[in-house]
Design a protein around this ligand. Sequence first.
Ligand SMILES: Nc1ncnc2c1ncn2[C@@H]1O[C@H](COP(=O)(O)OP(=O)(O)O)[C@@H](O)[C@H]1O
Ligand SMILES: [Mg+2]
Length: 332
Amino acid sequence: MSLIEQAAKRLEELRRAGAEVGDGTAGAGSADPASREPERIPTPEAALHELNARRSVAGPSMRTEGRTEARPEPIARPPVATTDRHAPVRVELDLERLKAQGLVTPDVPRSQIADEFRVIKRPIVRNAFGRAGTRVANGNLVMVTSALPGEGKTFTAINLALSIAMELDTTVLLVDGDVAHPDFAKRLGTRNSPGLLELLTRDDLEVGDVLVRTNIDNLSIIPAGVLHHRATELLASEQMAILLRELATRYPDRMIVFDSPPLLATTEARVLATHMGQIVMVVAADDTRQRDVELALSMIENCGVVLMVLNKADKTDVGAYYGYYGDEPRSA
Ligand SMILES: Nc1ncnc2c1ncn2[C@@H]1O[C@H](COP(=O)(O)OP(=O)(O)O)[C@@H](O)[C@H]1O
Ligand SMILES: [Mg+2]
C-alpha cells in the first residue's frame, strides 16, 4: 500500500473515530469522545493532513487568536497528541548516508570532521555544564546561526549535535528552527512530521508529542513541522520564549542545539538569540563579506556567549573554531 493510500486509510479511521479531518462537514468533532473507538497511531501524513484540515476550519493562527474565534472549537483534540504521548516516534538514521554528507557518526569517532567538532564542542559543553565558575546561564540552549543563508548552519548544527551525543551522559535535542527553510528531512533522511511550529501554534501538544527519537541513543530531534505562513514570525513569539525556558530547565543535563534562520535575513532570528545561552556563529570562509559578519555580530552583541566557527575554509581549517566574540567566559 502506498503512503498516500495508507494515509487515506488512516484518515478514514480517524473520521470513523470522530475526528474532524477537513472534508468540510461541520459537526464531526461533536461526537461524544467516550463513544469513540480506541485511538490509533496516525501516520505522520495523516497527522499533517488532519492538522491542515483543522487550520482550514479554524484559520491559521496562534493559539491565543484561536481562543478569540467566534466559531466553536471544531474538535475536542486531535488523535496525534494522545497517541504520540504513549508511542514516541523513532527513526533510524542511516549512518552511511550521514557519512556521505561529511557528517559526524558515532561509529567513526576519529575522522577529521569528528576531530574538528570535538574542538568546537568542547567549550560549548563546558559553558553549559562546567563547574560553577565556567557555567553560563541557560548555557544548554545553543543557537547555530550565520549572517546569510548557505554558510553551513545546518551542517554545523547537525555535526555539533552528533558530536555532543557521542559524549557519555549528555543527551542532545536537535531542533530545526530554520522554519522557513527546514532541511532536516533532506539531510537526515527523516520524514517531516509535526514539530516546532505545531508546538507553537497548538495548545494540545507537548514537547514529547513531537519529539523524534533516533538510533543514536543520546540524540532526539524536533523537526520544523508543517510550513506555516507566519513560521518565522512565530520564532519571536512569547510561546517561543516559554518553550525555550521549558526546554532549558526540564532536563538540565540535556543540550539543545537549535538550527536557526540567518541573522541578516530575518529580524526574528535576533529575538530568538536573546533567549539563548550560547550562540554559534557560522562564517563561510572566503565567502561572507566582513561587513556582513560585523553587521550580524552587532545584532547579537547583547547575547552572553558567541562562538565563531569558520566553515568551508581550506582543508587545514575547515570547520575550525576560532574563538569567542563578546564576553568570553572564564576558562576552566
Ligand atoms: N564544512 C563543510 N564541508 C562540506 N560541505 C559543507 C560544509 N558546510 C556546509 N556544507 C554544504 O554547503 C551547503 C550549505 O550548507 P547548509 O548547512 O545547508 O547552510 P545553511 O544551513 O547555513 O543554509 C550544503 O550543501 C552543505 O552540505
Ligand atoms: Mg540550513
